[in-house]
Design a protein around this ligand. Structure first.
Ligand code: FES
Length: 142
């Protein structure tokens, strides 16, 4: 690999070059879209939820390679988690799973956390009678 890529480790490059779960979920239960004010990048996350658990996740990211790698990894990590667990998901998990990001690229992983939380909020708004945890309802204030 050329020196151009020395800022990024192999895991980051793999998720950038071969992103997992890219696209939309036509029958999504919750969709969140967020933007990073600093760079203008945009991330959209779609979730399928069954019995209080995330069964599928997809993303679309208009942004840098770190944002694409972060959203790819985030969708991999959150599949199978309960809504309660997803509510406590943090960008640090993405950074750790990617084996680290350069300090100037940490905000790209924050975008993945924010997109997930926006999708969870959308889920609760669209499913007011769901068994979403109280803490999630309080976050959304429905
Ligand atoms: S530079 Fe903005 S999300 Fe990566």
């Amino acid at each position: 690999m050329s020196d151009t890529y020395t800022l990024y480790n192999k895991t980051v490059m793999d998720h950038f070059m071969n992103p997992r779960n890219m696209g939309d979920l036509p029958d999504a239960d919750g969709v969140g879209e967020v933007g990073a004010a600093a760079c203008g990048d945009i991330m959209k996350m779609s979730l399928k939820v069954e019995n209080g658990r995330i069964t599928d996740a997809r993303f679309k990211t208009f942004g840098c390679g770190s944002a694409i790698a972060s959203s790819s990894m985030a969708t991999e990590l959150i599949k199978g988690r309960t809504l309660q667990e997803a509510l406590h998901f943090s960008n640090q998990e993405v950074v750790d799973a990617l084996g680290g990001l350069p300090p100037v690229k940490i905000h790209c992983s924050v975008l993945a956390e924010e997109a997930l939380k926006a999708a969870l909020e959308d889920y609760v708004k669209k499913h007011p009678d769901s068994a979403a945890p109280e803490s999630l309802r309080e976050t959304v204030a429905v």
